[in-house]
Design a binder for this molecule. Structure first.
Ligand SMILES: Cc1ncc(COP(=O)(O)O)c(C=O)c1O
Length: 377
């Protein structure tokens, strides 16, 4: 099955009983047992729900893994995966990571003695240098939020294998349509499905896919024990979103390339971060490990004041947190998604007060270009 067909025909695509072409929303918490302890596959919806199961089956197939798991948010997914670690374990984390993941590492997991080092994972020698006796995992985001840094997944997998570490990849920006980390050697792939997978700014969700049966059993145990599950209505919305993921990603990518080339030649742009540009340091790796460069780009206009003016002027780029939807969004990471990262740390990473991030949607690109042009004036 080719990729576009997979988006439509993967997993459980219909109701076997009625032939309905959409999986029903099983709005249910519990299930009748035929005898005590004898059930028909479902006993309680925290443990398993048929609508959630259909979604979990689809995402497992799309990512090429053993099993999928759906959570109430991307952060619930990441937290549940981190629960696979034990106290006193150490994890290497991409330095330019989503602010919420940074907050989880620095303010929550540290209290349970799960230690971390933020490392520039685009530099293999830095990753190797940070491996300690108690290191158990490498957690990368690629491309990153908001600087679009690209980490070489295959190289990370080689390091992880050599040191017997888990390789966990946040694939939110790339989506399973463009990038499949498990095929490149990762052990676990996860998503904020709130973004491209949902695609319509109407659901908050997280998805995880694992490669082995052992990890599937462990994560299912955690999902059931911790209970951060996705509800059936939201699971249904994600399945609906997946059906158009290929079309949306292609339209989004086409628009993003045009916007990137417009911004690249604009005199007021100090830095433009987009892996599709030839001079982007991760361009060659992105080309080999993904089928496209995605729909996210960031650019520095030099000051917070200037960025603010642009935010006030744009019409078709809505000022909002989040990304990956059909409508174009604009944000100021330093004050929004990455406000939980201390200012000095943001400065070190290059997340300046004048850095704007675009999530390009599927509008007519001419309207988007005109909008940016007049806002930049
Ligand atoms: C790359 C990345 N990972 C994880 C998350 C967290 O996902 P959620 O907001 O669904 O909890 C986000 C949210 O913006 C994100 O951008």
């Amino acid at each position: 099955m080719r990729k576009k067909t997979k988006m439509i025909h993967s997993g459980i695509t219909m109701d076997q009983k009625t032939g309905a072409l959409s999986v029903p929303i099983y709005q249910v918490s519990t299930y009748k047992q035929d005898r005590a302890g004898e059930h028909r596959g479902y006993e309680y919806s925290r443990t398993g729900n048929p609508t959630r199961h259909a979604l979990e089956t689809i995402i497992a197939e799309l990512e090429g893994g053993k099993a999928g798991f759906a959570f109430g948010s991307g952060m619930a997914a990441i937290t549940s995966v981190m629960m696979m670690l034990d106290a006193n374990d150490h994890i290497i984390v991409t330095d330019d990571i989503y602010g919420g993941s940074y907050r989880l590492m620095t303010n929550i997991l540290n209290r349970y003695h799960i230690h971390h080092n933020f490392v520039n994972t685009t530099k293999l020698e830095e990753v190797e240098a940070n491996i300690k006796d108690n290191t158990k995992a490498i957690f990368i985001e690629t491309p990153t939020n908001p600087l679009l840094k690209v980490t070489d997944i295959q190289a990370m997998a080689r390091i992880a294998k050599k040191h017997n570490l888990l390789l966990i990849v946040d694939n939110t920006f790339a989506t399973p349509y463009l990038q499949q980390p498990l095929e490149l050697g990762a052990d676990i792939v996860l998503h904020s499905a709130t973004k491209y997978i949902g695609g319509h700014s109407d659901v908050v969700a997280g998805l995880v896919v694992v490669k082995t049966e052992e990890h599937a059993n462990r994560l299912h145990y955690i999902q059931n024990a911790v209970g951060a599950i996705l509800g059936p209505q939201d699971a249904w919305l994600l399945m609906r979103g997946i059906k158009t993921l290929a079309l949306r990603m292609e339209a989004i990518e086409g628009n993003t390339r045009k916007i990137a080339s417009f911004l690249e030649s604009h005199k007021d742009i100090k830095h433009l971060y987009y892996p599709g540009l030839k001079h982007h340091p991760g361009h060659e790796i992105a080309k080999t490990q993904a089928a496209g460069f995605g729909g996210m780009l960031s650019f520095d206009v030099g000051s917070g004041e200037k960025a603010d003016k642009i935010l006030q002027k744009v019409k078709f780029f809505t000022l909002a947190e989040s990304l990956g939807a059909v409508e174009s969004l604009i944000s100021l990471p330093a004050k929004m998604t990455h406000a939980s990262i201390p200012k000095e740390r943001r400065a070190q990473l290059g997340i300046s007060d004048g850095l704007l991030r675009l999530s390009v949607g599927i509008e007519d690109v001419e309207d988007l270009l005109e909008d940016l042009q007049s806002a930049l004036e």
